[in-house]
Design a protein around this ligand. Structure first.
Ligand code: AMP
Ligand code: MG
Length: 404
């Protein structure tokens, strides 16, 4: 049997970064910058007013007090967006709004609150200290400065900065494109009636959600019956557009194992190098990885808990690494087990768990069997019990993967 770490390495080596590209700003959110970004211009772009008020020569207002106000004629009105270039004459004022360009010759702004708000002449009750309330060109960003670094995640604030600099696109590492295929002749899409012996298909929506939550893109979701031809036609339709194919089901030891059959000697894909292995873990022992028509495929077991835990352990970190995203692994936290547990010999066990972050204690949540989806849905952690452990006493410290 292959260890969890070994299989993690095998999968990670098969999921590789796509070539850097440029993406429109909105599409770049959540991706990682593929290159440094140098400011093509300064911010602010021009000297502008930080207040609604009056642009003046500071010395013309030096003596202004409420008792002895200074009265100046208002020669211009400058709303934000006025594009002609104005010059302030001595002993005059221009009415000016926040964000409007400060006229040449003005050295201070009197906030409207310190005036009578006059339109033709203005009564100024307080002096304007030189430079006060003027936002200087380049005081935020000087043109030519490296403002963003390669490897940085594109956050809303990064988008704002890029747009302010006039950039419509950013250089990014693209999302991994993922095709999700469920397999099983018993599976029915939720919302349609069930026949006896059928169940609702739950892996595809769950795994597609996990793909997106990991920061990657789902290009298509499909369900195949346990029929190699049908499975093959889904691959034919979508595999070439994907960087990664994730299947669930059809890889264990029974008959009608469609995924195994498809890549076997008689399969539609003609044994194109998909390797089926047993990994020493529970849940999720039967795993597979390989390539189909040049696209990486990871074949997960069908039991829903196995499928999602396998995704967490093998695929999520590999996808995030390939996209250059920080923290490819869930945070691992030490926690003290509040109960005694047994665990299968020779298998690394991932138990659904409730972690109490405040006390640092953890309890398992629900049975270990891999069809108990209910518990996984409300767990906030995975208890990571090492391979060689068969009994754990209450009070033992264990690692917990924090799923929150
Ligand atoms: P398999 O790996 O195909 O043998 O499936 C193992 C178990 O998981 C069986 O009980 C299947 O019915 C169930 N299963 C497989 N795929 C899905 C799915 N997409 N949604 C819900 N249950 C599934
Ligand atoms: Mg099946």
């Amino acid at each position: 049997m292959r260890s969890v770490e070994e299989h993690q390495h095998v999968v990670a080596a098969m999921i590789t970064a796509r070539a850097a590209t440029t993406a429109p700003l909105a599409a770049a959110q959540g991706l990682v910058l593929a290159a440094d970004v140098v400011a093509p211009m300064s911010l602010p772009v021009f000297d502008n007013s930080a207040m609604d008020g009056y642009a003046v020569r500071a010395e013309d207002t030096a003596d202004a007090t409420p008792q002895h106000p200074v009265v100046l004629p208002v020669a211009e009105d400058i709303p934000a967006g006025r594009t002609d270039q104005l010059t302030l004459q001595p002993a005059t004022a221009h009415r000016i709004m926040t964000g409007a360009p400060v006229p040449a010759g003005a050295t201070g702004i009197v906030p409207v609150e310190n005036t009578d708000g006059g339109l033709h002449s203005v009564t100024i009750q307080q002096s304007a200290p030189p430079g006060k309330h003027i936002r200087r060109a380049g005081e935020d960003v000087a043109a030519g400065t490296t403002v963003l670094r390669r490897g940085q995640v594109v956050t809303p604030a990064v988008l704002g900065l890029a747009a302010a600099l006039g950039l419509a696109e950013l250089p990014v590492i693209p999302r991994q494109r993922v095709l999700v295929i469920s397999t099983g002749s018993e599976l029915v899409t939720p919302g349609t009636p069930l026949q006896p012996g059928q169940i609702y298909e739950s892996n595809s929506v769950m795994l597609a959600g996990a793909v997106r939550e990991a920061g990657a893109e789902v290009i298509a979701v499909a369900t195949a019956e346990d029929d190699v031809t049908q499975f093959g036609s889904i691959l034919d339709r979508h595999a070439a557009d994907a960087d990664l194919i994730i299947t669930s089901g059809g890889v264990s030891a029974g008959a009608y194992e469609v995924v195994k059959d498809a890549f076997g000697p008689d399969g539609v894909q003609g044994g194109e190098g998909v390797e089926f292995v047993k990994v020493a873990m529970q849940p999720g022992m039967p795993q597979g990885v390989g390539r189909v028509a040049g696209t990486t495929i990871v074949t997960l077991p069908g039991n829903p808990v196995s499928a999602l835990v396998s995704f967490e352990v093998f695929i999520r970190p590999a996808l995030r690494t390939a996209m250059g995203l920080p923290d490819p692994y869930r945070p691992h936290r030490p926690a003290v087990l509040a109960e005694s547990l047994t665990s299968p010999r020779g298998k690394r066990q991932f138990r659904r768990a409730i972690l109490d972050a405040e006390t640092g204690s953890v309890v398992s949540y629900g049975p270990p069997a891999s069809h108990h989806l209910r518990w996984l849905a409300s767990a906030n952690g995975l208890l990571d019990i090492p391979e060689d452990v068969v009994e754990v006493q209450a009070g033992t410290e264990l690692q917990v993967w924090d799923l929150t």
